[in-house]
Ligand binder design. Structure first.
Ligand SMILES: [Zn+2]
Length: 250
């Protein structure tokens, strides 16, 4: 998605009505450490020429990949250390934290880096995942998981997506997330009049269809649509059903 101005239209009873013009903005800017650092020849500490290869103008050494260069802080010969945070074959271990949603909303932003599914691997995990999701949905908690990967620290929110998938929403963490423009809404202070206007608007919006949810641009070139239609339906596991089976089995 590009940052740009976007006109939003409603098609209603054969007419097109403008709903508004909006600016799509990145609500966090990602700090990029390569701004402060530079890849240099490991022998001479100077930035090589880039052609097909990286050629050091000092010693003439050619490197086929930037991976062979070393990263230093710009204007210095200070190496940017990228230490391992977990040993090889060491299991990743997350620590879990909670915060009331209301407090979280006041303090943090949550630009998504990546959404992933999360599937419990044993009975205890099924039960606890259920407890956590109930806490998120019914007690309005934000559940955060933080763990180390090979050379990076990850922060993710455990939550339900709008289609009820249990997801880990990895967020752009502080201080890499640098808050740019965004809007927040305080839902406590909305009036009856605003609710009535919203009702009128939503009644006039057309319904979502499969056609709406399907794209036809160049990225679909070569996709075997027949094979997709014949394929097994998506493997969706119902956490409550698994939990019920476990209880029956006891
Ligand atoms: Zn060199």
């Amino acid at each position: 998605m590009q940052n740009r101005n976007l006109l939003v239209n409603v098609e209603f009873a054969g007419m097109t009505m403008p709903l508004g013009e909006f600016k799509i903005v990145s609500f966090v800017k990602k700090y990029d450490y390569t701004r402060a650092t530079v890849n240099v020849c490991p022998k001479c500490n100077i930035k090589p020429e880039t052609q097909k290869q990286y050629k050091c103008t000092e010693c003439g050494t050619e490197y086929s990949s930037w991976r062979s260069l070393k990263r230093v802080i710009k204007g210095t010969t200070d190496l940017v250390e990228q230490p391992r945070l977990v040993a090889e074959k060491e299991k990743a271990v997350a620590t879990i934290y909670k915060m009331p949603l209301e407090e979280y909303q006041k303090r943090y932003s949550d630009a998504t880096k990546e959404d992933k599914g999360i599937v419990p691997v044993d009975a205890n995990s099924v039960q606890n995942l259920m407890n956590l999701i109930v806490a998120v949905e019914r007690f309005n908690y934000v559940i955060v998981l933080k763990w180390n990967e090979t050379r990076q620290q990850n922060i993710a929110l455990l939550m339900l997506s709008p289609s009820n998938r249990v997801i880990l929403k990895e967020i752009v963490p502080m201080p890499i997330a640098q808050i740019a423009s965004s809007m927040v809404v305080d839902m406590e202070s909305i009036t009856e009049q605003q609710i009535a206007l919203a009702k009128k608007l939503i009644d006039n919006l057309p319904d979502i269809t499969d056609e709406v949810m399907t794209i036809t641009d160049y990225r679909t070139t070569g996709i075997d649509l027949e094979a997709i239609a014949e394929a097994q339906p998506e493997k969706v596991q119902d956490l409550q059903a698994i939990l019920a089976q476990m209880i029956t089995a006891q």
